[in-house]
Design a protein around this ligand. Structure first.
Ligand SMILES: *Cc1c(COP(=O)(O)O)cnc(C)c1O
Length: 501
């Protein structure tokens, strides 16, 4: 019987099979002329449900043929210039080589004895990133599965640091405060435009959703620090404790960057942990022209970076960095069978001591190959291109009477809505109908497969969103997609108004 195990006897089979998979994808990329085919769940589900998983095809060519029908043909292709949906980037080839190598060698980064060079490479990249941020000599961190996990991990450290310091302070003042008494009194401050993983983290950390105070944003969708200052005062006045302020460097919807220096000043004043969620904005760390937009990030106690957003890396590739490596101990547990305390004393680097995962992919290799082949400036220049494109897109939208655009972007998103020009004396269509028109346009566009855009709500009203992460997208693409949106929305409104008359 043929062996499917990858080992010294199957190297040829490995080479042939993987090459065949690569060939299929390469052919697909060359022949893909739209981001999506527009297939619906009801159309696709029967094909996948109909496959008998207990009857293997035995052979890679047959399985790849089948995969063409159930996945490759209808996948959403993020590399297409008219994919303007979520924060998914086209990926760079050096990282894809890294991905192929890391899954074949299959190192696991939990312990030194399962990874060797992998551990050292990951640590170099953490140090490199921490230096780019400016966290200082005591910094450390760990690769994670994504920004949500990084935010959760950082807030776990912040919670346990708050417990440690507040309980110690109470003891020094002669009162005993238990962790159970303290947890319900901890508060996290973040802007109302921040990522929902902050709320989810608070719930998972046993603090509850209500521990998160949403600070309003200014008209640029950046945290209003005068309100933050008041909220921090109120927190103390009510006998509660400010556990952390989560600043966002690149909000998911608007790409807005909170005023980091002012937030740093306020967190220091109130002895709170400063976390910067730079899941989206981290690309600025390597930008040859825009690094200054992150000024103040060097004051953070912890930082989230998603290389799989603005470093053009395949999913997953993310990290959480801390200013003080000692704080990572809050996620350390020594198990006799894996990472006994003795090993830490012998200075054997077991990354599991710093992680909330155990078995963990060598995702760092993708970034390593990227830096070794193309270099940081080349990555930063790609990000610069999409930021410049967004600025040009804003000009187009601002000049187009069919659309209203929310903020001039700091990064690469555009939030806008279609507004009919012929409003008439009755002030145009009803607000709910206008909301529906945006949703309809987005759906119709997706179903046509011609472009993919995102949607969001601003002050209760439905908007559409372009997330620009592809340097190949042009202003001509933006103009063409806007025309498609206007046509779909116009048609919807025309038909709705006809029904109502
Ligand atoms: C995308 C995003 C996250 C979550 O990151 P994942 O990698 O999707 O888990 C967190 N914060 C911000 C600001 C984001 O844009």
């Amino acid at each position: 019987m043929r062996s499917h195990l990858l080992n010294e006897t199957t190297a040829d089979d490995y080479r042939r099979t993987v090459t065949e998979g690569v060939e299929r994808v390469a052919a697909k990329l060359a022949a893909t002329h739209r981001p999506h085919t527009g297939i619906s769940v009801d159309e696709l589900a029967p094909a996948i449900d109909g496959i008998d998983l207990d009857r293997p095809l035995g052979d890679a060519s047959a399985a790849l043929d089948e995969l063409e029908d159930v996945y490759l043909r209808d996948a959403v292709y993020f590399h297409h210039p008219r994919y303007l949906g979520h924060l998914n980037c086209p990926v760079v080839i050096p990282a894809v080589v890294g991905e192929a190598v890391l899954s074949a060698v299959n190192s696991s980064l939990d312990t030194w004895d399962q990874s060797i060079g992998g551990t050292l490479i990951e640590r170099r990249l953490i140090d490199w990133t921490a230096r780019r941020i400016g966290l200082g000599e005591g910094a450390d961190g760990i690769f994670t599965s994504g920004g949500s996990q990084s935010n959760f991990h950082a807030l776990l450290l912040a919670r346990d640091e708050a417990c440690r310091t507040v309980m110690k302070r109470a003891l020094d003042e002669g009162t005993e405060l238990t962790k159970a008494e303290l947890l319900p009194k901890l508060r996290i401050f973040t802007s109302e435009a921040s990522h929902f993983s902050v709320q989810k983290s608070a719930a998972m950390l046993g603090l509850g959703y209500e521990a998160v105070i949403a600070v309003p944003v200014d008209r640029h969708r950046r945290m209003d620090t005068s309100v933050l200052a008041l909220e921090l005062e109120n927190c103390a006045a009510e006998g509660l404790f400010p556990m952390a302020v989560v600043a966002t460097a690149g909000t998911t919807d608007f790409g807005s960057i909170d005023p980091l220096p002012e937030i740093a000043r306020l967190t220091a004043e109130h002895s709170a942990w400063m976390h910067v969620d730079a899941a989206y904005g981290c690309g600025l760390l390597v930008s040859p022209t825009r690094r200054h937009l992150l000024d103040g990030i060097e004051h953070a106690d912890s930082v989230t970076v998603d290389y799989h957003k603005s470093f053009f890396q395949p999913v997953s590739s993310s990290a959480m960095l801390v200013r003080d490596r000692d704080t990572l101990k809050h996620a350390t547990y020594h198990a006799d069978y894996l990472n006994p305390r003795r090993m830490a004393e012998e200075r054997i680097p077991n990354q599991v001591d710093k992680s909330i995962q155990t078995t963990r992919r060598f995702d760092a290799l993708k970034l390593w190959m990227t830096l070794r082949i193309m270099g940081a400036d080349a990555v930063g220049s790609l990000f610069d291109e999409v930021v410049a494109l967004a600025a040009a897109g804003w000009e187009i939208l601002d000049a187009d009477p069919r659309f209203e655009v929310v903020v001039r972007p700091q990064l690469s998103t555009l939030v806008f809505r279609y507004l009919p020009t012929a409003g008439g004396e009755d002030g145009g269509p009803r607000p709910d109908l206008l909301d529906e028109a945006q949703l309809h346009a987005r759906k119709a566009l997706f179903a046509s497969g011609e472009a993919v855009v995102a949607g969001t709500k601003v002050d209760g009203k439905q908007y559409l969103k372009f997330t620009l992460l592809n340097p190949q997208t042009t202003t001509a693409d933006i103009t063409a997609v806007l025309d498609l949106i206007a046509a779909h929305a116009e048609q919807f409104l025309g038909e709705s108004l006809a029904v109502h008359h």
